[in-house]
Ligand binder design. Structure first.
Ligand SMILES: Cc1cc2nc3c(=O)[nH]c(=O)nc-3n(C[C@H](O)[C@H](O)[C@H](O)COP(=O)(O)OP(=O)(O)OC[C@H]3O[C@@H](n4cnc5c(N)ncnc54)[C@H](O)[C@@H]3O)c2cc1C
Length: 369
């Protein structure tokens, strides 16, 4: 494996440097051009970030701080690293020898980009209606169906595909690790999104794709066990993205409010503006603490499905409010594409929808009350 792992503080220093020197300066142009920052993502994986994000590394706090920093500079890059972790969660914990020895190292190093395929045209929040099927044919599965909204679809080399292998409901679902260059697999053109355009999202269709049995992640018909680990990690990683995005917007708004003069003084001197900024800072700090509480408990070995849902729900709602208020602080300039604030506001909206919508997070929390 070629991963060079820098320990905690040194790694975070490098992430701060990369965010300042490379992410922030290139984000606007790459988002406009819809260009996936392949090289940047590979370098971040090589630093050891993907391995660090895996639950078994028990380094959740360092990972969250790294993702927060990246997201404060460019959400698409933070989300891409987060997606790479999500793609590796199942193979790392539930993969067989071939998957763990031959495929996982390429995902950890960033040599191969990965993705997760849950959603389908008729199954979004409700995965009990998955229609993609895999039928055992000798020592291979024959996979047929269509997966929607696959992050990394157009740049990925390997995908965790959740498909039906028995019965109905959530019981008969299996997770298969499928190579992107498998005959019969076809990736559609990227969907035209409101934001995070540098990270491609697309439909993938599977027509008689043959997948060897040793690519089953976990056990046949027990795919939802794998998925539940992915869901918790998804909520944690996405909450870190939200905290970072909001922090970047706050810092930008504060700097602007200190230099924009109206009525003979910087606008931050007006209580209407400074209280808005104070509320933004307070909400971000609350979101960060909720997230850090969840990962600290998880690193200590606790089940944090509720805490992770609370962190995802709260931090993404905070990111939406804070980015909206950042536009307000910037006034007319905030409403133009010459400022990054309108992009951040568009990006924040995504975070309330993916990794389980915020309605689904509320339902999950309520179910455990
Ligand atoms: C940019 C982007 C990237 C994505 N990446 C991936 C990916 O990599 N892999 C993947 O598998 N999927 C991905 N998704 C899909 C995402 O996970 C789904 O959009 C999400 O799960 C919601 O499903 P849906 O859009 O079909 O909404 P629906 O399930 O159709 O929901 C519609 C509305 O009804 C609400 N609703 C539904 N059920 C309930 C309920 N029980 N209680 C209360 N409200 C409810 C929802 O909150 C929502 O507001 C991505 C989506 C986007 C936009």
């Amino acid at each position: 494996m070629t991963v060079t792992e820098l320990a905690g503080a040194a790694l975070l220093d490098e992430v701060v440097r990369l965010t300042r020197d490379e992410l922030r300066p290139s984000a606007d142009a790459a988002e406009e051009a819809k260009e996936f920052p392949r090289e940047l993502v590979r370098r971040l994986c090589e630093l050891g970030l993907v391995r660090l994000g895996l639950p078994e590394s028990r380094s959740g706090l360092v990972f969250c701080r790294a993702i927060e920093t990246l997201a404060s500079g460019w959400l698409a890059v933070a989300e891409s690293v987060h997606l790479q972790v999500l793609a590796a969660v199942g193979p790392a914990r539930f993969g067989g020898t071939h998957v763990r020895d031959d495929v996982l190292p390429t995902m950890l190093s960033g040599a191969v980009i990965g993705g997760n395929c849950f959603s389908e045209p008729n199954a979004g929040s409700d995965l009990s209606h998955l229609e993609t099927t895999a039928v055992l044919d000798g020592d291979r599965y024959r996979l047929n169906g269509e997966k929607s909204w696959v992050g990394h679809a157009n740049v990925g080399g390997v995908f965790n595909v959740y498909c039906r292998t028995a019965g109905g409901g959530l019981g008969g679902i299996t997770c298969l690790l499928v190579d992107a260059d498998s005959p019969g697999l076809s990736v559609h053109r990227p969907v035209r999104k409101m934001g995070v355009r540098a990270l491609p999202t697309a439909t993938i269709t599977f027509t008689d794709v043959l997948v060897p049995r040793d690519r089953v992640i976990g056990r046949p018909n027990r795919g939802m066990l794998v998925a539940s680990d992915v869901f918790v990690q998804g909520r944690i990683g996405l909450a870190a993205c939200a905290v970072g995005l909001a922090q970047g917007a706050l810092e930008y708004a504060v700097a602007y409010a200190k230099k924009r003069i109206q009525f003979g003084q910087p606008v931050i001197q007006f209580q209407g503006v400074s209280f808005l900024l104070a509320d933004m800072a307070t909400q971000i700090q609350a979101a960060r603490q909720l997230l850090h509480y969840a990962v600290t408990r998880r690193d200590a070995g606790h089940d944090v499905s509720v805490e992770a849902a609370q962190a995802k729900l709260f931090s993404t709602d905070v990111a939406m409010r804070v980015t909206t208020d950042a536009v307000q602080v910037l006034g007319a300039y905030g409403y133009t594409q010459d400022s990054p604030a309108e992009r951040w506001m568009r990006e924040a909206k995504l975070l309330q929808i993916i990794e389980g919508t915020n309605q689904i997070q509320r339902a999950a929390i309520a179910a455990r009350l």
